[in-house]
Design a protein around this ligand. Sequence first.
Ligand code: SAH
Ligand code: SF4
Ligand code: F3S
Length: 446
Amino acid sequence: MPDAKTPGSKKLYVRTYGCQMNVYDSERMSELLGAAGYEATPSPDEADMILLNTCHIREKAAEKVYSELGRFKDLKAQRPGLRIAVAGCVAQAEGEEIVRRQPLVDLVVGPQSYHRLAEMAARAGNGTRALDTDFPEEDKFAALGRRSPAPRAPAAFLTVQEGCDKFCSFCVVPYTRGAEVSRPAQAILDEARDLVARGVREITLLGQNVNAYRCTRGDRPLTLAALIRRLAEIDGLERIRYTTSHPNDMGDDLIAAHGECDKLMPYLHLPVQSGSDRILKAMNRKHTAQSYLRLVERIRAARPDLLLSGDFIVGFPGESEADFEATMALVREVGYGQAYSFKYSPRPGTPAAERTPVDEETMSERLARLQALLRQQQQAAQERMLGRTVDVLFERAGRMPGQLVGKSGHLQAVHVDGADARIGDIRRVEITASAPNSLAGRIVAA
Ligand code: SAH
Ligand code: SF4
Ligand code: F3S
């Protein structure tokens, strides 16, 4: 009989919802459970543990978790030893309520305490439950230790900052992820070197407010811009990105880095949420449409070919037709290369949830208009790439035989057929076609 610590003696199925930070956390949890004998499986049917890493940002995201859990009922009846774990922001927000609503669940662990997961897994099961939604004093990342030595895909996420102190009136993140905390720069540099040693060539620095990053160890506080410059010195690390940024934390040094640091990619996700100052105020965003537009101008002055991405909420309580038109006007003025837009979803415990909502029909109609405009802009941005030659980092095989898929510096997906290249290569590619969500091209000599 293999014991619990033999690698691969048990199977782990992980499903991840929500933002990139959850993707990073799922990787870390898989590595942690890997050291405790769990090997990843793509199928829940053969799993000894099912781990759902959840998102609470909109109602639909949270409800999806419960309906997914319900589907494991038969599986659990067939395999009594199966452990079902809920991690992430729903775990944090709902805690014990999850077990009340879905008694199949053995284990509930919040985003700040998942370094205790292996120990919890050993404790839970056969009717015993383990629940941990603390915001512990100890440094989770220090407790997690070094990254797994397994070779890796060429692009990786690296969390540098967690939590949020901004309290936008619609948002659960400050409650589920807690207060803003930055990791020490040295730990980040070590982790980045480990990733590069395992084949990583592109790192995306993550944080709910990543540009608020501030390492306070050492004589002078280190900003995100300074951290990026330090990371850029790592040989073999070719590309650096960061997400998500708040407009109010876009410091002068970070804007300057976009013009000066070659490894920093010309792409920026800078959510504005609305183009109406009245709504922005009600959202507690602490910026105006004008201040956002001025900021975009300054960033583009530093890096003219920057591709801008954003997030929008339509139908925030009190949003009038004129407020919505102000959002449309802002979008026309900025010109986004890519964007996410959502209907407002009231979240329990947030101030905006107390206000009278905009009716569903109006919300749907506005969302459709906004998305049509954003789609048009995305298409235009892609068509501007036709005939241009760009660097592409190849990340995976495509669906067609011989096809490789990679990303341009602008984070656009690029397909190349019959490519004489390998995953992990960065090659010059001439763009020859544009589809709705991707580009196609051919490799040209360097
Ligand atoms: N920290 C990031 C956003 C994290 S949440 C920022 O400030 O930009 C990701 C996006 O989800 C937000 O930008 C917002 O557009 C959307 N979102 C958050 N709460 C929402 C809610 N209650 N309803 C609809 N969309 C929401
Ligand atoms: Fe949420 Fe606002 Fe914080 Fe972004 S800045 S995570 S939207 S509270
Ligand atoms: Fe969702 Fe939590 Fe990320 S609520 S968006 S998984 S921080």
